[in-house]
Write a protein that binds this ligand. Structure first.
Ligand SMILES: Cc1cc2nc3c(=O)[nH]c(=O)nc-3n(C[C@H](O)[C@H](O)[C@H](O)COP(=O)(O)O)c2cc1C
Length: 181
């Protein structure tokens, strides 16, 4: 798939089939995250692939409640990826403080999109999840309390109808300009 097709094909998938994800594809996804760029090449992430079905269900259940139920689809996905934020290099920490920029958060977003685009190329669906019970996920996956979780990503074969949905986005005029704001 060329890059433009990949960008239009990738969409958040919220209906999954039970078909397992092949280990070679999981390996390729880990590699796509590993190769992501980051500020000062700090690579401030640890990726946990949750493949154990029971553990995966427990983590998936920590992404919704009776009150906030929009992630209720998460248990359908056969795999969950968890991107944990690691401390960046000292130089990035200093730079971030001086310039008031959260570089690791930017980095983890890029890594997550590497994951999702690679998955789309492999015929897999993903959905980034920013809403979850962080202490619960930390506990389930033995993540130290001093490590924040950046994002969860559901992974599996889509059961959504092809072709991809039309993108609901601002127009180019609204979101971009030339030479001034
Ligand atoms: C940082 C981030 C957090 C997100 N959190 C959730 C979430 O908790 N639940 C969900 O269903 N979708 C979540 N999404 C998916 C967005 O809703 C989705 O990307 C957006 O609506 C655009 O749709 P598309 O991905 O299908 O192109 C998240 C996306 C990002 C980038």
């Amino acid at each position: 798939m060329d890059f433009s097709s990949l960008v239009t094909t990738r969409q958040s998938v919220r209906r999954y089939s039970a078909k397992p994800v092949e280990p070679e594809k999981i390996e390729q996804l880990i590699e796509a995250v590993r190769l992501a760029p980051s500020a000062s090449n700090s690579q401030p992430w640890h990726l946990i692939m949750v493949t154990d079905p029971e553990l995966k269900n427990q983590v998936a259940h920590a992404t919704y409640s009776s009150l906030v139920s929009f992630n209720k689809f998460a248990p359908q996905a056969p795999v969950l990826a968890v991107l944990v934020l690691e401390k960046p290099k000292l130089i990035t920490q200093i730079g971030g403080r001086l310039k008031a920029r959260d570089f690791p958060l930017i980095d983890i977003g890029i890594a997550a999109e590497h994951f999702c685009l690679q998955a789309a190329e492999l015929g897999l669906g993903t959905c980034m999840l920013g809403w979850f019970d962080e202490p619960k996920v930390q506990h389930l996956l033995n993540i130290p309390q001093n490590r924040r979780i950046g994002l969860l990503i559901t992974l599996g074969y889509s059961q959504e109808a092809a072709p991809p949905r039309p993108k609901n986005r601002k127009s180019q005029e609204e979101m971009s300009s030339f030479n001034k704001y």
